[in-house]
Design a protein around this ligand. Structure first.
Ligand SMILES: [Zn+2]
Length: 228
């Protein structure tokens, strides 16, 4: 075999390997949409997030331009986070200390109306503060539970989308946190990180089951909406 033929074979071999890797990458992205070409989804978001219109995330099929006064076509941390919440197809498990953000409430109500299984775990004290959206969630028939202890807070801020995507960080689901505070949120589909959070959610959910509570430990907050 001449040197020219050897070089030709080596070139063809390299081309075949490159095409094979590309095909495997394409296949992986089709099978696991959350995975980028470098592994599972991992995204870090920092707040405050500037005010911007998010209507397109709620009504993607809308053809008329939105007429609200907020800036349009701006990609913000909040828009990205909201997009991840709205990406739920099967379930949303939310564990959040304070929940008063109206757009996030709208997103959770929308998921519930689509038949997505929504569970919300929150803090017994903060669910009663002015502006809390917990009552609206309960009135819509969403399963809400709160912690039992009055001595400590249910201080988590994480959400699990379809038991596969974790949204976690310092951010409470409030307008102040989104638009004013310095906060961080991590969105990940890392297989080593998501299951422990799901396990913790299930554990807290069971521990907050009002059916398993002593009758005298019920608080007024249990009757402020549809108890779950
Ligand atoms: Zn708008």
């Amino acid at each position: 075999m001449s040197m020219k033929e050897v070089l030709k074979l080596v070139g063809l071999g390299a081309l075949a390997v490159t095409l094979g890797v590309e095909c495997l990458d394409w296949l992986a992205r089709r099978l696991w949409p959350g995975r980028g070409s470098h592994g599972p989804l991992n995204e870090v978001l920092f707040f405050p997030s500037p005010p911007a219109c998010v209507e397109h995330l709620f009504t993607p099929a809308r053809t008329l331009p939105c007429s609200c006064s907020l800036p349009h076509g701006v990609e913000t941390s909040f828009g990205k986070m909201l997009g991840h919440v709205l990406s739920a197809k099967v379930s949303l498990d939310l564990c959040v200390f304070s929940f008063s953000h109206v757009e996030l409430c709208r997103a959770v109500l929308l998921l519930h109306s689509r038949g997505i299984a929504v569970r919300v775990l929150t803090d017994a004290d903060y669910m009663l503060i002015t502006g809390s959206q917990i009552g609206a969630l309960r009135r819509a028939g969403i399963c809400v539970r709160h912690d039992v202890s009055n001595a400590v807070h249910m201080h988590h801020k994480f959400a699990l989308v379809d038991r596969r995507k974790l949204i976690t960080g310092s951010l409470n689901w409030t307008l102040t946190a989104v638009q004013s505070n310095k906060e961080n949120v991590m969105v990940t589909e890392e297989p080593d990180l998501v299951p422990p959070y799901q396990k913790e959610f299930e554990s807290l959910w069971e521990a907050s089951d009002p059916g398993k509570r002593h009758p005298h430990s019920f608080s007024q907050s249990d009757f402020s909406g549809h108890a779950a």
